[in-house]
Every structure is written in structure tokens, then in C-alpha cells.
Design a protein around this ligand. Structure first.
Ligand SMILES: Nc1ncnc2c1ncn2[C@@H]1O[C@H](COP(=O)(O)OP(=O)(O)OP(=O)(O)O)[C@@H](O)[C@H]1O
Ligand SMILES: [Mg+2]
Length: 334
């Protein structure tokens, strides 16, 4: 088969503390996906830039493996899938509506609430000064539509009105987008990788993020610093447990909430869902990642490949499995 591989390549001169391109993939990841697919298919790399539409139109791959995070704005992740729908070229993963809803965390939470899937109470702030009624402290303040912990730093967890105002104005001015102010969920954190479609969706072994391993006096959140600065390939943080140690009742509840969220947002093929327990120990959905991070180096601590490894799937198995699931969904013979 001719498989298009659509990606956004991270510029190499980016400094790690500058999070502008944090969601884009590096050469190593794109090469690893390409090599995984090349075992069985002819791979056509297509960069997700303004020329992508013409390339898809001329090259017409049988299917596209989509890992493009998109150029900019709150619709960036759905740009490529929308083009492919227009050209009637099938692709892996979720469609434009799901990608758009999940990138806007408040819209995703509204859909989850409709379906009775637990998620923390929240308020969206578009301007300051703001006279909204916030949930009680402590609160988390984050950008409305970012990923890879962009804009979520150690001081995003706020305990006073002054800290809250400071963090809101930082999001509005630095990220030029609304701030999502959410009740802080104080319990354990998990991330759940799902593979498949509909009622058949498979939940891979659950990953727990254990904050005791973070430097002392640091808030127990998986912040940008924790993800990219304190945890490096040279010195990986031992903060993950996979499979997570849970009672079977907790595991069941986490799996059920994750599957319900996957179905509520109409995710397809794969998705990684972040979960945190509230003060009564109930799993709440933080957010859904229908374009999950897939760093190939195990020391880079990328959670989807980690969960797949625990389930016995190598990196190449995982990538090919996603392609197979997408082919089955659209009725393409591999
Ligand atoms: N309501 C909350 N209560 C407690 N912790 C939270 C809350 N919201 C976010 N966090 C912490 O901040 C981290 C990042 O938040 P979130 O998952 O929303 O951001 P993201 O940038 O979209 O993440 P990703 O890298 O998974 O794309 C979470 O993993 C969690 O540790
Ligand atoms: Mg997250």
C-alpha cells in the first residue's frame, strides 16, 4: 500500500525552554514511524504545511498516517484531516470534529459532562478583569487550547486570588488565548492509552505518574518543567509505573471512565486520556489526546509507547496496529 506520512517537523534550533514548537515531532520520531511503516508499505512523507493539500491531491496515497499537530490556532489539529476528508483520502485517527473538540479543553469537558463522565468544574476566562465565580481554591490555570504541558508550569497551581489573577493574565498575554480555570484534583494521576474503535476499544495497561520523584517543594502536577526540563533522555525521571498499582475496583473505574470518554468524543483508532482522582478517589477526565505523543526512545518516557510495550507491542507493532485498525474501519485491505 502507499501510505502517506503526514507530520510537522520541529525546527532543530529550538531552545527547550521556549515551548512554541513543543507539540511538533522531532526527526527521530518521524524517522521511527516511517521505518515502522516501511516494513510493509511504500511510505510517502508529506509535511503538514501550506503545500500539503496539493501534494495529497497529486500523490493520492491509499491512506495517510496522520501525526500532524498543525500550524497554528485552535483548529490546527483538524486542518489536515479536514483536507483529507475533502479529497476522500482515508487517514488514521480521529476526525476533524473530535480533534477540534479535544483541543478546546472546555468544549471537550462540556461533552463529557453531557455524557455523565466525571470532569473537574471549570470556568473559562477571556478577559481581565473578570468577575466570574470560580470553584474554591486550590485551582489550576491553563491555556484553553494547548498540549504537551505548554503553559502549565509549577506555579499554575494557585491558592490565592492574587496568584489566580497573575496566572490568568500570563495565559492571556503570553499564549493569546483564553485561560481555563479548573478545580485542582488532589488525587493520583494516570494516563490511559486506548486502541481500537467503538465498543471494541482496547485499554492498554494503565500508566501512573508518581509525583514523589519530582524535586522537593514542587507541586504534584505533570508540568512543562516536569515533562521536558527535569525529565531528560540523559537523566530520565523515574516517575512512571506501568502497569499502575491499583485495586481491581479502581482499575475497572479508570478503564470505564476512559472508554466512556473515548466514545463520548467519538475518538477513532487511538487516543491517550489523562485521568486524575478527586478527593473521594473517583477518576475524573482531565483531557483527551487523540493525537498522542509517540517518542520512540523508551528513555524519553512517552506514555503511549510505554503502555504498548507493557502490553507486549513494540514501537513498530504499535504504529502498524494503528494503521491496521484504521484500514479495518474504512474497509481497506492491507
Ligand atoms: N484540574 C487539575 N487538577 C490537578 N492537576 C491538573 C489539573 N489539570 C491539569 N493538571 C496537571 O497538569 C498536567 C497537564 O495538564 P493537561 O493534561 O490538561 O495539559 P496538556 O498540556 O494538554 O497535556 P499533554 O501533554 O498530555 O497534552 C496534568 O497532567 C496534571 O498533572
Ligand atoms: Mg495532558
Amino acid at each position: 500500500m502507499h501510505v502517506g506520512l503526514c507530520f510537522n517537523l520541529k525546527p532543530t534550533n529550538e531552545s527547550i525552554s521556549d515551548d512554541f514548537y513543543a507539540e511538533w515531532d522531532d526527526e527521530e520520531t518521524i524517522a521511527a514511524v516511517r521505518s515502522a511503516l516501511s516494513g510493509k508499505h511504500r511510505v510517502i512523507p508529506i509535511e503538514a504545511n501550506e503545500d500539503a493539500f496539493e501534494k495529497f491531491r497529486q500523490l493520492r496515497p491509499d491512506i495517510v498516517f496522520n501525526m500532524a499537530e498543525g500550524l497554528s490556532g485552535s483548529s490546527r489539529e483538524l486542518q489536515i484531516p479536514a483536507m483529507l476528508e475533502m479529497l476522500r483520502i482515508p487517514y488514521t485517527g480521529s476526525g476533524p470534529i473530535t480533534l477540534g473538540l479535544c483541543l478546546d479543553k472546555s468544549l471537550a469537558k462540556e461533552v463529557l459532562s453531557y455524557h455523565g463522565v466525571p470532569t473537574a468544574p471549570f470556568v473559562v476566562v477571556r478577559d481581565l478583569p473578570e468577575k466570574k465565580k470560580f470553584p474554591p481554591f486550590p485551582l489550576i490555570v491553563k491555556p484553553l487550547y494547548e498540549g504537551s504541558s505548554k503553559g502549565i508550569r509549577n506555579n499554575s497551581l494557585v491558592r490565592t486570588t492574587a496568584q489566580l489573577q497573575e496566572q490568568i493574565s500570563a495565559i492571556l498575554t503570553e499564549y493569546h488565548q483564553p485561560a481555563l480555570v479548573e478545580k485542582y484534583l488532589a488525587g493520583r494521576e494516570f494516563t490511559v492509552a486506548l486502541l481500537g474503535n467503538g465498543a471494541e476499544v482496547q485499554v492498554l495497561p494503565i500508566v501512573e505518574i508518581q509525583f514523589e520523584q519530582l524535586p522537593a517543594n514542587i507541586n504534584p502536577i505533570y508540568s512543562f518543567e516536569a515533562k521536558w526540563i527535569w525529565d531528560t533522555v540523559e537523566k530520565p525521571l523515574e516517575i512512571f509505573a506501568c502497569p499502575a498499582k491499583t485495586s481491581s475496583s479502581l482499575e475497572k473505574r479508570i478503564r470505564a471512565v476512559s472508554q466512556a470518554a473515548f466514545l463520548a468524543l467519538r475518538c477513532r483508532d487511538w487516543c491517550r486520556i489523562d485521568i486524575r482522582l478527586d478527593e473521594s478517589g473517583e477518576p475524573n477526565v482531565l483531557e483527551l489526546n487523540p493525537l498522542p505523543g509517540i517518542l520512540p526512545n523508551p528513555d524519553a518516557n512517552s506514555c503511549f509507547p510505554k503502555a504498548a510495550r507493557t502490553a507486549g507491542l513494540s514501537y513498530a507493532d504499535l504504529i502498524n496496529r494503528v494503521l491496521e485498525i484504521a484500514c479495518q474501519r474504512v474497509g481497506l485491505n492491507l
